[in-house]
Design a protein around this ligand. Structure first.
Ligand code: COI
Length: 473
């Protein structure tokens, strides 16, 4: 039937005199070309498009089993040409908006093309430390990047790379009084092939912009700062350790410097980036972490800034960290609420791998409900595990009662912290309300934390080609 009617249509088309055959053929030719171009464009830009689609459409974040079919956002392109078809895309939304509209009154944006460079004189160059002596954030490279912002001068000023030097700030600068300050933590890695790479730098920039917005500080164009930081790293490239056991930590920082004591937004700001060659965040050879879980302390609360990378989230943790050390622990396990929900560990996000009632494994991490820093390592772990599709991955609340129960029933497999500075750190024990909970994280076979560590570092050091690696030279 269908066949017949197609034939009839075809016959009618041939029989009908074509008064203006050229334009109609041209139109369909143009349409075919346009469709092909569209398909090519979609194919080449799928990552950006999906991110935009998902950000606009709201987050898709839920537990998913193997492949997470229920949650998968799908884009189907039905074209019968030679382009590979896009049938499925990763189901996860970005953990924060990847692009912010600048406030109307933010003024001029800075541009990488305006960057000026003032190199350090030979006597200003520092000797490079031995890799074994690096620790975390103890040494700094020879140069830094600075960009000033002054509303009265029209917005962002021209970026400059200068020798590493002290800042000269008025004692009333708002940063000193109201902690109007935020920062990012990124790394540059020297790969096995000698190339230097960043890891998902656009994520750090997007998070920095949402934090700037929350702090009343000016936002900026992410790509311009990435390019300027890449130039800074290339100038100090000999500081990027020649080993896979170390990297160059990058600390972009934004501070409010207006010298007035009113509790108000800062009309002047300074965005700067410093670089520090770093070894492991925890002492080399350190075994699994011992955590101090004391419910009377909390790191963040609903409606606060626990999900933004502001310095004021970290200062108040020092006292509790000291208490943890006094109790023979390495780090604090941050709890929240009467039910003692696990939120973060030290300066890292937390993950737990366990066996569900039905015998299947599941990886869980607390949801992005405002209490949790949307870590880039966290996001990468979730995406990798979704992609592997071997167990379900779930962003959900979990409590100390659940941890205790799983541990007693032998169903708790692993717990680990994840962050840029510390990468992935296995957890061995939790001191909680007079009890010691032991975790078999390092003692069961082929632990997940090690596989994740190896995969992430393989991407970062260029052993595994991956779109998350951003080669800068
Ligand atoms: C990071 O993991 O990069 C952090 O920001 C932690 C830092 C406070 C040491």
């Amino acid at each position: 039937m269908t066949h017949k009617s197609t034939e009839q249509t075809e016959h009618r088309r041939q029989a009908t005199p074509q008064l203006h055959p050229v334009p109609s053929q041209l139109i369909s030719l143009r349409m075919v070309l346009r469709t092909k171009n569209l398909v090519r464009y979609v194919f080449q830009n799928q990552h950006k498009l999906i991110q935009q689609l998902l950000v606009q459409g709201g987050p898709v974040r839920a537990c998913s089993g193997h492949g997470g079919t229920q949650q998968q956002a799908q884009l189907r392109v039905e074209e019968d040409d030679n382009f590979p078809k896009i049938t499925e895309v990763p189901p996860l939304a970005a953990p924060f908006p990847m692009k912010l509209e600048h406030a109307a009154d933010v003024g001029e944006q800075f541009k990488y093309s305006d960057l000026s460079v003032r190199l350090a004189a030979p006597h200003q160059l520092n000797p490079k430390p031995d890799v074994d002596d690096l620790a975390f954030g103890k040494y700094f490279t020879d140069h830094m990047l600075k960009v000033s912002y002054h509303r009265r001068l029209g917005g962002w000023q021209k970026p400059e790379i200068t020798p590493m030097e002290n800042l000269n700030l008025h004692p009333a600068a708002k940063v000193f009084h109201y902690a109007i300050e935020l920062f990012e933590g990124m790394k540059a890695y020297r790969g096995y092939d000698g190339k230097i790479r960043f890891f998902r730098p656009e994520m750090n920039m997007a998070r920095m912009n949402v934090t700037a917005y929350r702090s009343g500080l000016p936002t900026f164009e992410s790509e311009e700062l990435i390019k300027a930081m890449a130039r800074l790293v290339m100038i100090d490239s000999e500081w990027v350790p020649h080993t896979e056991s170390a990297s160059l930590y990058i600390r972009p920082t934004l501070i409010g410097i207006e010298p007035t004591l009113g509790v108000a937004s800062s009309d002047s700001a300074l965005l700067y980036t410093i670089l520090s060659p770093v070894g492991p965040y925890f002492k080399p050879g350190a075994k699994g972490l011992k955590l101090y879980a004391e419910p009377k302390y909390t790191r963040a609360w609903p409606g606060g800034v626990g999900d933004r990378k502001v310095g004021s989230n970290y200062g108040p943790t020092i006292h509790v960290q000291q208490e943890a050390l006094r109790h023979g622990c390495h780090q604090v396990l941050w709890l929240y609420g009467d039910d003692h929900q696990l939120t973060e560990v030290g300066v890292m996000n937390i993950f737990m791998l366990y066996i569900k009632e039905n015998g299947e494994r599941e990886l869980i991490t607390p949801p992005l409900n405002g209490l949790i820093l949307p870590g880039i390592t966290r996001d990468s772990i979730i995406r990798l595990c979704h992609q592997w599709g071997e167990f379900s991955v779930c962003e959900r609340k979990f409590t100390m009662a659940e941890v205790k129960k799983l541990s007693q029933e032998g169903r708790l497999l692993e717990m680990f912290g994840a962050g840029t500075a510390a990468v992935i750190s296995p957890i061995e024990r939790i001191a909680y309300m007079g009890e010691e909970i032991y975790l078999p994280t390092e003692s069961h076979e082929n632990p997940l934390f090690r596989r994740l560590y190896n995969t992430l570092t393989d991407i970062q050091y260029g052993k595994l080609e991956h779109p998350w690696a951003y080669v800068i030279d």
